[in-house]
Design a protein. Sequence first.
Length: 140
Amino acid sequence: MDPPEGENAAVLAVYGAMTAGEERSYAAAALDPELEKYATHTALADIKSTLFWYEQRGTVMKGAPVHSPKTDSLDSAGDPLRAAITDCVGSSAYDKVDKASGNPVAAPSGPRRHVTSTAQRTKAGPWLVYTSTIERDRTC
């Protein structure tokens, strides 16, 4: 039986909200307070680690990456419900800059990269993104 279309839309909505919160965090050099509503487990830990890395180097991100997410699988029979998401992310308009001066910091934008993520939802709870991994050796 195919999962209800509403569940698929909810998975993509929470993934989109997570990536938007991630972008706001990197632009402000501070964790977006809304992010924990959408990300948990290693997805949230990885965002916090990357944010710390940027903070230590005095850099922020300007612009926005281009996302093309889709739900690869959705198991709506179990508890928790589980979903797998694949995104093709382009970063040609997403630039690392020095926070103090606003000058660009050399960073290769490269080709679009696959990002694989997983999300879960208990029957009574909201969808949350649990993992999100950039596949640096896989372009799309």
